[in-house]
Design a protein around this ligand. Structure first.
Ligand code: C2E
Ligand code: MG
Ligand code: MG
Ligand code: MG
Length: 287
């Protein structure tokens, strides 16, 4: 009896895997055309100073405007792009569009862009990024490159050299999703990161389990290293207040805004500017 139902389970499972593989192959084909047709676009989520709520910039988050399937999120297509060797083209399509949009924002706002650890395998990455900044006229000092630690960086020495040239060009580097992946404290030092982002899994229910302790540990570590921290996934006033109290400087999450289309982000940026939520003007006597 048990044997028979076990065997039919295999069959259902095999059919599911086959359907999934077919869908992946289909998306992979569509992706190639989609990159060239401009179907991959950045949405933008504001990043704020927790103490004041003042907006300091936006993170660009890729979305795929698929011709038949509608809007697809990155958790589905980024892994496919990485496996299919298309992450570099996709990443640059998004970076270029993001810089063009960010050029229209008030000058003090930063742009954060996600880079796959696989892109660090390209020794020309810094030159390519600077080329985009040059052609779009977006200042390196306003760009923050976010790198997730969810995939192991294959060649630490090569990555170190690449990240060092980005830093030397004035670009900032953030370690994304800290605490969820493979990055060791040694990497944190060696790889020139100058910002840390706490993964939303630790932020979302800080009262549950060990999450609060993990957040505290990350904040005290980063304070010791002198690195500013951004907390992701802030959904409630309670977590915003808690994080600010623990000394976390920056935050982002649905409490402030979802990622929105370029036009809506521009409106948000300009509205904040006009409301005076931008960097406080220096009093004349202090100049
Ligand atoms: P990430 O860089 O850690 O981005 C934060 C993710 O958390 C985003 O998901 C954002 O929409 C989501 N988020 C923000 N606030 C909240 C909140 O309060 N609650 C909840 N539940 N979620 C929140 P998204 O846009 O689906 O992106 C997922 C991941 O895909 C990103 O995680 C990033 O690792 C990757 N990704 C996105 N765009 C790109 C890209 O252009 N290139 C590369 N290589 N990766 C990208
Ligand atoms: Mg990110
Ligand atoms: Mg993250
Ligand atoms: Mg993430």
């Amino acid at each position: 009896h048990a044997k028979r139902s076990g065997r039919s389970n295999y069959c259902v499972f095999a059919a599911e895997i086959e359907a999934e593989m077919r869908e992946r192959a289909e998306l992979e084909l569509d992706m190639h055309a989609g990159i060239h047709r401009g179907e991959f676009v950045p949405y933008f989520q504001p990043i704020v100073m927790l103490a004041s709520g003042e907006m300091i910039g936006f993170e660009a988050l890729a979305r795929w405007n698929h011709p038949t399937r509608g809007l697809i999120g990155p958790d589905l297509f980024i892994p496919i792009a990485e496996d299919a060797g298309m992450i570099q083209d996709l990443g640059f399509a998004v970076l270029r569009r993001a810089c063009i949009e960010a050029r229209r924002w008030p000058q003090h706002l930063t742009l954060s862009v996600n880079i796959s650890p696989l892109q660090l395998n390209d020794p020309w990455l810094p030159q390519r990024i600077l080329q985009v900044l040059c052609t779009t006229g977006f200042a390196p000092a306003r760009l923050i490159v976010e790198i997730t630690e969810t995939r192991l960086v294959e060649d630490i020495e090569a990555a170190r050299v690449i990240l060092l040239s980005l830093r030397n060009a004035g670009i900032q580097i953030a370690l994304d999703d800290f605490g969820t992946g493979y990055a060791s404290l040694k990497h944190l030092r060696e790889l020139q990161f100058n910002r840390i982002k706490i993964d939303r899994s630790f932020v979302q229910d800080m009262r549950a389990g060990d999450n609060g302790q993990i957040v505290r540990a990350i904040l005290s570590l980063s304070e010791g290293l002198g690195l500013p921290v951004t907390a992701e996934g802030i959904e409630t006033d309670e977590s915003a207040v808690l994080l600010a109290g623990l000394g976390c400087e920056f935050g982002q999450g649905f409490l402030y805004s979802h990622a929105v289309e370029a036009e809506a982000a521009l409106e948000m940026a300009r509205a904040a500017h006009h409301l005076g939520h931008d960097a406080p003007a220096m009093p004349p006597e202090a100049r």
